[in-house]
Design a protein around this ligand. Structure first.
Ligand code: BT5
Length: 305
């Protein structure tokens, strides 16, 4: 993407600016500025001509430049029309030393869930991975999965959908418990980086998703993904360094606590009542054998008989 195109967009985003002023600022000719304005319009930006110059009044709901437009959080965006997995790309960036980057794609061809399960990622969704440099001890980074889930639920609330959280990494529609979003957290062994992979079924038909899944299109109609992503990043920025607030916010939105659950870990199956979460995201279950702490596993909500 042209650096000039980005600079023109950024200049036109605040207040109206004349082509001659902008040409001087960027050190290129007025004709080139007009070309960039035409190209931005062709890409879906609304740009008005006012007496004092040109100004952007609206942006497309998705796409590389659109996602940068109006982004207040301290992240840079790397956008792909299609990619294998945004988590794979984010890990590459993290290992090469990049931090505070969000990889976002329109389509994933090899989207992954936990334990390498397939994650269906057709166009219209939000498939993104945030590379963070956490300000937390390595042992505490799993709490960021809960932070991401809370941030998704808060962002989704803007669309009118009521979401709740299932331990450890799911965002469900409250009434039906259909899965709307999932989180896949991966981290360097030394805690130097964390990749938070977030998949939200946004503007997708229900029949393009696996059974048990739903989308915002199905629940509330199509949404503006740019606004949803920006809200998510603002919420994540607020929560990322405050683990205790995360636990409280997660408890408030939890659909798991107070429920009969069956949790399958790598070695055992635990049944009982989920009673609380503690740092760094551990689920506490009251079972027949007493209180059990579980750090990782698949959780099923059991219906009362
Ligand atoms: C998750 O795994 O829920 C984590 C999903 C993370 C996806 C994001 S997208 C951006 C980033 N890049 C990636 O490659 N991944 C991340 P888990 O709890 O293991 O759930 C996986 C299960 O959810 C699958 O086995 C299916 O049953 C179901 N599933 C697959 N695709 C789905 C979808 N789009 N919506 C809801 N459920 C889905």
């Amino acid at each position: 993407m042209s650096g000039y195109r980005r600079a023109v967009l950024s200049a036109l985003s605040a207040n109206p600016i004349s082509v001659t002023t902008l040409a001087d600022e960027l050190g290129i000719g007025p004709a080139r500025i007009h070309e960039h304005i035409d190209a931005l319009r062709a890409a879906g930006f609304s740009i008005e001509e006012r007496p004092s110059g040109y100004v952007v009044t609206d942006a497309p709901e998705f796409g590389g430049l659109a996602l940068e437009y109006g982004l207040e959080s301290p992240f840079s965006i790397e956008y792909h029309e299609s990619i294998g997995s945004t988590n794979d790309r984010a890990r590459e960036l993290a290992e090469a030393g990049h931090r505070e980057v969000v990889v976002i794609a329109e389509v994933q061809t090899r989207g992954r869930g936990r334990l390498d399960r397939e994650w269906t990622s057709p166009p219209g969704g939000i498939w993104m991975s945030v590379v963070l440099s956490p300000d937390l001890p390595a042992g505490q980074t799993p709490v960021l999965t809960l932070a991401a889930a809370v941030a998704v639920a808060r962002a989704v609330a803007d669309t009118g959908a009521a979401a709740g959280l299932k331990w450890p990494n799911d965002v469900l529609i409250k009434d039906t418990e259909a899965k709307l979003a999932g989180i896949l957290t991966e981290a360097a062994g030394d805690g130097g980086w964390v990749v938070l992979g977030v998949g939200v079924n946004a503007n997708i038909d229900g029949d393009a998703l696996p059974s048990g899944a739903t989308s915002l299109r199905e629940e509330v109609g199509d949404v503006n993904r740019r606004r949803l992503i920006h809200r998510f990043l603002r919420e994540l920025t607020e929560l990322r360094d405050t683990p205790m607030k995360v636990l409280d916010a997660w408890r408030d939105r939890s659909l798991t606590l107070g429920r009969k659950v069956r949790v399958t870990t790598s070695g055992e199956v635990i049944e009982g009542t989920a009673v609380d979460v503690s740092m760094p995201g551990t689920l506490l279950i009251d079972s027949d054998e007493g209180r059990v702490s579980v750090d990782a596993g698949d959780c099923e909500h059991l219906r009362p008989v």
